[in-house]
Design a protein around this ligand. Structure first.
Ligand SMILES: [Ca+2]
Ligand SMILES: [Ca+2]
Length: 169
């Protein structure tokens, strides 16, 4: 914002031609009127170069929908430069949250296993990577292994369950 104002007053004070000559290299992308600096992510998404990110253009980013809705302040169904910056911040926050939730998932699975009569006494190790739970350790029967897998799969946020559990014989 500041830069734009300075250039505006400079343009009035100096000859217009000089102002244009100075500002031209800085504003190489004339189709992004809402931002002071060209945003590379914005330009990449704005395939029709109308200066807005439409819903359609935003589908190139995975799971961007919620951030899109929250950032679209004037509810016109598209994001201008400022709204897009806001959307990026929301998107980054959401992704950070998704990352943390691996440890939350692990804690929930462990708690659920401890509560279950059939598997509570077993030493089942739980690891979670991007929502995928890996169970390992020793169990006494196949049934216990299956039960542990079922419990893990029922936890909110779990995408799938892998088992490295070994049946002691
Ligand atoms: Ca566009
Ligand atoms: Ca908008």
């Amino acid at each position: 914002m500041k830069t734009r104002c300075i250039f505006k007053s400079a343009g009035v004070a100096m000859a217009t031609a000089v102002a244009v000559a100075i500002s031209a290299p800085l504003y190489a992308a004339p189709d992004t009127p809402a931002t002071d600096q060209p945003n590379p992510a914005f330009q990449k998404l704005d395939t029709d170069r109308d200066g807005y990110i439409s819903r359609d253009e935003a589908t190139k980013l995975r799971n961007f929908g919620q951030a899109f809705s929250e950032a679209d302040d004037n509810r016109d169904g598209k994001l201008d430069g400022d709204e897009f910056v806001k959307a990026q911040a929301i998107y980054d926050r959401m992704r950070a949250k998704a990352y943390i939730s691996d440890s939350v998932i692990t804690a929930r699975v462990k708690a659920a296993l401890v509560k279950d009569k059939e598997v509570s006494a077993l030493a089942v190790n739980v690891k979670t990577d991007k929502g995928i739970v890996l169970l390992s350790g020793f169990v006494e029967t196949e049934q216990q292994a299956r039960r542990a897998q079922e419990i893990a799969a029922s936890i909110t946020g779990v995408k799938s369950v892998k088992s490295n559990m070994v049946v002691k014989s």
